[in-house]
Write a protein that binds this ligand. Structure first.
Ligand SMILES: [Mn+2]
Length: 298
């Protein structure tokens, strides 16, 4: 009898993943298992609070933690740059990439086949794989993918396509997700009481370098942006100052997206940042933005 040998496969995402990264990795491991692969998900860092809330709420299985085994094959989801690859994984281990971001660096992975398509969530691409192969995801995987699409597209108020909607409809039936899931998720996400504000701001901070200038960009997505800014602006400003120091950023700002209104406000640390943002024509999140520039600092 011939015994087939399958190499072990890890599905993963960037460190400290959001629901799209985490859920896509979990569901894709299941798809690989269904096809006979020895696959499981490993996650590095601390998943976003939303992920932890979502798994508790719907009693979903958790991914395994980090490993230093560098002999496995790796599938990278919702990420597509070597910087996103958790250590100690190596670029040459990556055999497949599934992501939905315009800015990627797939050429840096010599052994990977990749699917990069600009839909609203990586979860949509994973769901389509199931559908195409005529494999029904488990209730848990369907819930992960459905939640990821709702979260990433901000319940279709943010960037989304018909493909996201089609998959969300399909996944909702399988997962039996509640009709008010988006509302429940957004309310849970909007609880920034105590230290949660800090955890979320620092947990989702991005630092990018453009033309030798360092941008530190925070992102907070909640219901009730105006209330938050009215009540805790001083606190946020002092966190931004701290960020500027540790990240050595030239420009520092936080984008507050209101999940109910679909609009955004930007809080800039200083005049220099405010001046710059005013003139940036292709700011990525411009589409849904009402820029709000902080008044002069005293
Ligand atoms: Mn994503």
């Amino acid at each position: 009898m011939i015994k087939y040998f399958y190499m072990k496969t890890i599905t993963t995402s960037y460190e400290n993943p959001d629901l799209d990264g985490y859920g896509s990795a979990m569901a894709y491991a299941e798809l690989l298992q269904t096809k006979g692969k020895d696959a499981h998900t490993r996650i590095w860092g601390t998943p976003h609070l939303e992920v932890q809330w979502f798994m508790d709420r719907f009693k979903l299985p958790q991914a395994k933690g980090p490993t230093d085994d560098t002999t496995t094959e790796v599938v990278l989801l919702d990420a597509s740059s070597p910087d996103d690859l958790p250590k100690p994984l190596q670029v040459k281990q990556v055999i497949e990439i599934i992501d939905h971001r315009r800015i990627n660096n797939i050429k840096a992975f010599p052994n990977a086949i990749s699917q990069i398509e600009l839909v609203g969530a990586s979860a949509t691409l994973v769901a389509e794989r199931f559908k195409k192969e005529n494999i029904k995801p488990s209730k848990e995987s369907a819930m992960f993918l459905y939640g990821a699409i709702i979260s990433n597209t901000e319940n279709f108020t943010g960037i989304s396509t018909d493909r996201d909607r089609e998959m969300a409809d399909w996944l909702k039936q399988i997962s039996n997700a509640p009709d008010d899931l988006a509302q429940k998720m957004f309310i849970a996400k909007s609880d920034l009481s105590g230290n949660r504000l800090r955890e979320i701001l620092f947990g989702d901070l991005k630092t990018i370098v453009i033309e030798e200038k360092t941008f530190a960009i925070g992102q907070i997505e909640i219901i009730g942006v105006d209330k938050l800014l009215a009540e805790r602006r001083e606190e946020i400003m002092s966190m931004m100052k701290e960020i500027q120091k540790t990240e050595k950023s030239d420009y520092t700002f936080v984008n507050f997206k209101d999940l109910e209104k679909g609009s955004s406000k930007i809080l800039c640390l200083d005049d220099k940042t405010a001046e710059l943002l005013k003139d940036l024509p292709n700011l990525k999140f411009r589409k849904h933005i009402i820029a709000w520039i902080q008044e002069k600092l005293k």
